[in-house]
Design a protein around this ligand. Structure first.
Ligand code: SF4
Length: 300
């Protein structure tokens, strides 16, 4: 593994590349990344980097988002088949149909969407800024795609808005049940419960803290508590343990996202050597998706 790390480090210099990795990627990938974070943090970094090449370790919509923000840069997605299941649940035609059925409503879309879907949105959001984005909208009627759990959570915090929800969900967060949290709470009664808002509402009701992966890390770091039950994808454990030494984290063991684990050190070496596969988007999609994504990075 040391050889692979050295190889990545020298290729990175040669290509003037930056490596961005999502909090759910493999531990060894997180360890060689220049920045590990959630979708918002990584998008912000992608928007301001002066590197020539962005290697995005995560799933394909994330690399597409980086390309939308940086059309002139080379963006590489080491595993081009790492597609997020939720992003595939709502396509551009679905959004157009929702608009036809709800004239006057604004479309807020979770960043976990394809570039073609983003091109049909008014604004994108992440789980970090969803509440700010929804409450910043002038329109009262908000079509929210694709995540029904995140949309329902945002609606519960913005009661003046009429949320019109698409029926998508993250299969990983959806597999976490309230009973699993109750079982972990029985085993660890002093643990604080941190819940990602992609979880179903019955799980969100069990939370002491609801928030994105970055908010979870901040809460765990700043809390006096020593134990935490964490309702999100298991990849988060690595960063939590690294940044919060001496604290313990308990996850529902079903929460494993296979596509987030596809990127390996080998795939990063391969893509830096061959400079492929590069993300390429049709110009009209890239142009129309720019404003919704840019607005997302401006609402923090
Ligand atoms: S954890 Fe869920 S939302 Fe995230 S990439 Fe996997 S399937 Fe998509």
């Amino acid at each position: 593994m040391e050889n692979l790390r050295e190889r990545i480090s020298s290729l990175k210099k040669k290509r003037n590349a930056i490596i961005l990795a999502h909090n759910y990627t493999l531990p060894e990938v997180q360890d060689i990344a220049d920045l590990v974070g959630d979708s918002l943090g990584l998008s912000l970094e992608a928007a301001k980097t002066d590197a020539d090449v962005i290697v995005f370790c995560g799933v394909t919509f994330m690399a597409e988002t980086a390309k939308i923000l940086n059309p002139s840069k080379i963006v590489i997605s080491p595993e081009p088949d790492a597609h997020c299941a939720m992003a595939g649940m709502c396509g551009p035609e679905d959004i157009k149909e929702m608009r036809r059925r709800n004239p006057g409503a604004a479309v807020v879309g979770y960043v976990n969407s394809t570039a073609a879907s983003k091109a049909e949105m008014d604004v994108c959001c992440t789980s970090s800024n969803v509440l700010d984005v929804v409450s910043s909208m002038e329109e009262q009627d908000i079509i929210f795609v694709p995540d029904s759990n995140l949309g329902a959570y945002a609606g519960s915090r913005a009661p003046s808005k009429n949320m019109i929800l698409w029926k998508g969900f993250c299969p990983i967060h959806q597999s976490i049940t309230a009973e699993m949290i109750d079982d972990l709470k029985r085993e660890h009664p002093d643990a604080l419960v941190l819940v990602h808002p992609e979880c179903r509402s019955q799980v969100i009701e069990k939370a002491d803290v609801i928030g994105s992966t970055e908010m979870m890390i901040r809460s765990a770091r700043e809390s006096d508590n020593k134990e935490f039950i964490v309702a999100t994808e298991l990849g988060m454990k690595h960063r939590l343990m690294k940044e919060c030494p001496g604290k313990s984290f308990y996850f529902p063991d079903v929460a494993l996202c296979g596509v987030m684990k596809m990127t390996t050190l080998n795939s990063i070496v391969r893509c830096l050597e061959t400079m492929s596969p590069q993300v390429s988007l049709p110009a009209d999609i890239s142009e129309r998706a720019y404003n919704p994504v840019k607005r997302m990075t401006e609402i923090k």
